[in-house]
Write a protein that binds this ligand. Structure first.
Ligand code: SAM
Length: 291
């Protein structure tokens, strides 16, 4: 087990339960169980609710297994949410009453030693959510072309210094650790830009590389395409996103679907929640109903 002494606090827990659980004897899916925070709340609404939980990260799922061991109405699977139709088929379930997806990264992934997601500690460049996957952040940082890196950092990081950062990364190769990557980013940015930024200057580039390593935006699109046919009429989708790229995908998908209708949102966390859980700061929750 890796060293990990923190706990993930579920985002907008009251709002998620209030809008997602419309039927007290339905089957619900938590597509991103993490440490099981939302799953536990969903399963606690009623013993007549059945919750299917998925996560692609076997380590975080092991924590969820422990946290949820007292619940006989929860079943967890190590699976990508992209494969939700396969999981439901194996369980002989055709339609569900609600689906939750809580995008982004779990506290475990950020804080447990050696996962390589954070610029706050010097670690090998990993950033994989699925530890069985071959491609790591090391591969992206060391083997992608300068143009590919610049495009990724621009598109997924919304970083306006993407070209300079890509050039600096290529010139600094081989880059073996998170701190070496931070240094390559630092060298690319004008000092006044570094001073000006409210968030750490490496935030956007790290986000971009993480999205690329895990194919996150493709996954979200593939997942969304499956949702309408998996929900019963009146069934709900609750989607929590943490940056504009994710939220845009969710918003447009719902808007362009003739099977879904947004009924609430975007809801943002209250000031009290952000004070208590700063990670919730950029979260947006949208609720859609199957029509
Ligand atoms: N809702 C959880 C809670 O309250 O404890 C936190 C979820 S956390 C923000 C996001 C989780 O999504 C991470 O544990 C991550 O491993 C998982 N994840 C990322 N990509 C995934 C995928 N393609 N399929 C399933 N889970 C995925």
């Amino acid at each position: 087990m890796r060293r990990y002494e923190d706990k993930h606090i579920p985002v907008m827990p009251r709002e998620v339960i209030e809008h997602l659980i419309w039927k007290k004897d339905g089957v619900y899916v938590d597509c991103t169980v993490g440490e099981g925070g939302h799953t536990l709340l969903m399963a606690s609404v009623s013993p007549n609710i059945f919750v299917i939980g998925l996560d692609i990260d076997s380590e975080v799922l092991a924590i969820a297994e422990k946290n949820l061991s007292g619940f006989s109405n929860v079943k967890l699977f190590k699976s990508s949410y992209v494969d939700l139709p396969v999981v439901l088929k194996a369980l002989n379930i055709e339609k569900v009453s609600g689906i939750l997806i809580d995008l982004g990264i779990s506290t475990y992934q950020l804080k447990a030693e050696g996962r390589g997601f954070t610029f706050n500690r010097d670690e090998p460049l990993d950033m994989r959510m699925n530890l069985e996957q071959k491609k790591t952040a090391y591969d992206v940082v060391n083997f992608y072309s300068e143009k590919e890196l610049a495009d990724i950092i621009f598109k997924y990081g919304e970083e306006r210094f993407s070209r300079r950062i890509a050039r600096s990364i290529v010139n600094s190769r081989p880059i073996n650790s998170t701190f070496e990557l931070v240094e390559a980013i630092r060298k690319a940015l004008p000092p006044q830009e570094i001073r000006k930024r409210k968030r750490h200057f490496a935030t956007k580039t790290f986000q971009a590389i993480r999205i690329e390593v895990n194919g996150e935006l493709n996954n979200i699109e593939n997942f969304l395409n499956n949702v309408p046919d998996l929900l019963e009429i009146g069934g709900r989708l609750a989607a929590i996103s943490f940056h504009s790229l994710e939220d845009r995908l969710v918003k447009h998908f719902i808007k362009n679907s003739n099977k879904l209708r947004q009924i609430v949102g975007p809801i943002i966390p209250s000031k009290e929640e952000i004070d208590e859980n700063p990670r919730a700061r950029s979260a947006k929750l949208r609720i859609a109903e199957r029509i």
